[in-house]
Design a protein around this ligand. Structure first.
Ligand SMILES: O=C(O)CCC(=O)C(=O)O
Length: 317
């Protein structure tokens, strides 16, 4: 709901759309408008992403402390996942397991601004059938790595950068070509590994948030944006024209360090398998736990997501 027009006029200062369907509709929009004013309406500058070979912990910490994403070569070179995650091998090992998926529409993750995302359980073999036919399932396999198919964690090595983190979580992502996840951000640090196929990422720094039309704080998806970086609608979201995304394509073997709160939108360009580690220490770990607590209280999806699904890793009879 748009608050009264006075607010609109007070904060516009030439930077905000005057009303309109996606002008100031919530407290969040008002908050973002104030932050834009504090930044004198200047969005963050574009950044070039470096590619480096396996850094020492000390070198990695330089990027982490500055909240700068970086592409890292060679981190998964010795992972069994690199040979184990063909469709045929996955079928051999896990066809009868249950997996968790989020429904998709035309390859795009289904989200609901009121209720968040809804996971479903299905038999892994049925999901693989569709992928093996070269078709796109009507869902995206997004699997909490250590829960449903715990053996997946034997195929990866926990990176040394997050091995001793106070809070850690993982996910396995398997999708057909042209499956996409909308623009969103997470509180935790993220090291994202592309194992099979190529995946495109659009990234924006946290400082771009006031230009990205976040959902309201109290929505089911407070960490998601209403803006689509792949198909920008600048009539509805004129401010987003001022922030250009960083676009990159991850290839098998690439790892992307995605710092806490960086916005990201993804699309698998071909059949794709990925794995990521989220982690947090110190105050960030407290924030992650607080966010999980609030989401759990509200019945929304959380990183671990197990609470919503009926059975864990069960073999259907
Ligand atoms: O791989 C994807 O499609 C989404 C990845 C993602 O959102 C994440 O790692 O936080």
């Amino acid at each position: 709901m748009a608050p009264d027009g006075e607010v609109d006029q007070a904060v516009v200062g030439g930077r905000l759309p005057a009303g309109g369907a996606d002008g100031i509709r919530s407290g969040r929009d008002l908050f973002d408008a104030l932050v834009r004013i504090i930044h004198r309406g200047r969005p963050p500058r574009p950044l070039a992403i470096e590619r480096i070979a396996r850094p020492s912990i000390e070198r990695f910490e330089v990027y982490r402390k500055r909240s700068v994403p970086v592409l890292i070569d060679g981190l998964s070179a010795d992972w069994p996942a690199r040979s184990n995650w063909s469709l045929a091998r996955l079928r051999e090992r896990f066809a009868d397991r249950l997996i968790s998926v989020i429904p998709t529409r035309q390859g795009r993750l289904c989200t609901d601004v009121d209720t968040g995302v809804a996971f479903r359980a299905m038999r892994f073999g049925d999901y693989l059938d569709v992928l093996e036919r070269g078709e796109r399932p009507d869902s995206y396999l997004i699997e909490p790595g250590n829960n449903w198919i715990p053996e997946l964690s034997d195929d990866v090595h926990v990176p040394e950068y997050c091995r001793n983190a106070a809070w850690r979580n993982t996910r396995f992502w398997l999708s057909a070509a042209n499956t996409s996840a909308p623009l969103h951000r997470d509180v935790a640090e993220n090291l994202f590994f592309q194992i099979v196929g190529r995946k495109r990422f659009f990234l924006y720094p946290p400082a771009a948030s006031p230009w990205l039309y976040s959902n309201p704080f109290r929505s089911g998806l407070p960490n998601y944006s209403r803006f689509d970086a792949e198909a920008p609608d600048y009539d509805r979201f004129p401010l987003s024209r001022e922030v250009r995304p960083i676009e990159m394509v991850l290839h098998p073997g690439d790892a992307l360090y995605l710092p806490s709160r960086w916005w990201h939108q993804t699309r698998s360009l071909e059949l794709s398998a990925s794995y990521n580690f989220w982690w947090a220490d110190g105050a960030l770990a407290l924030m992650v736990r607080a966010a999980e607590f609030v989401k759990r209280k509200r019945g929304l999806e959380i990183y671990g997501l197990e609470s919503r699904l009926p059975v864990r890793g069960a073999v259907p009879q």
